[in-house]
Design a protein around this ligand. Sequence first.
Ligand SMILES: [Zn+2]
Length: 278
Amino acid sequence: MEYLIALDDGHGMSTAGKRTPYISSLNRFIKENEFNRKVVNNLEEELNRSGLKTVLVAPGDEDTPLSTRVSRANQAKADAYISVHYNAYDGSFSSPAPSGIELFVYPGHLNREAGRLAESIGNHLKKGTSQHYRGIKEADFQVLRTTSMPAVLTENGFMDNLDEALYMIKPEFQKEVAREHAQGICDFFRVPYVSDSAKRKPSYVGRRVESIYDGRLRFYHHPSWSDRSLAGYLEKGYGFPVILSKLSVDGYFQYEVENSKGARYYVTASNKYVRVVN
Ligand SMILES: [Zn+2]
């Protein structure tokens, strides 16, 4: 089963009032959408990497009406709706503002699917971020009320708490919040979460391999060590321009390689016989 997740970045880039108080050390305000947008974009990447599909219900900079956001998700028959926000208390740094992360579901849904989805995301945020965890709450927000799938709205810090306001534009924080949302969503749908590093290409892929063996080194038509699959021999210093992958053949590794004409062969990956160059 392929799941579709609707992602909502909260507000438009210039929605009135949705910004921090003036931050003198930066000489500017931070707009709430600067954070929400980055997290949603990172979250989309995380979810797609893990095999979940996504629909952005408010792409672009304009202030997409809430009803449009919801109807896009409903029409797409998304399996979950995630709305990413940053909280506000009184809009000023001068009074002591609360801090921390809280998640919202529609009233009465704490023990239903939305509540379980929120808990799943909350567990990762609680373990991950250094912030105070304020828990899961109920609220009659339009995007929670009118969506036809489990919907969760997350408030990932307070814009009028100066420390947390500065987190909003930290790329590591944006990535962490996205990653923990993705882990929670994957847990909820029982889909294995695929991390960025797990997906990164091994260092040998795309590089040249050549023989360092003082003799004639066998290479093969198939992933095999048998005489029947023998394709030819490499002299020392000769090799193949592109390694495609590495595979285990009867307990020993071979590189799958390509020659300059695009023909595919197999050669030992043992560093006693070959080296990877450039
Ligand atoms: Zn917001």
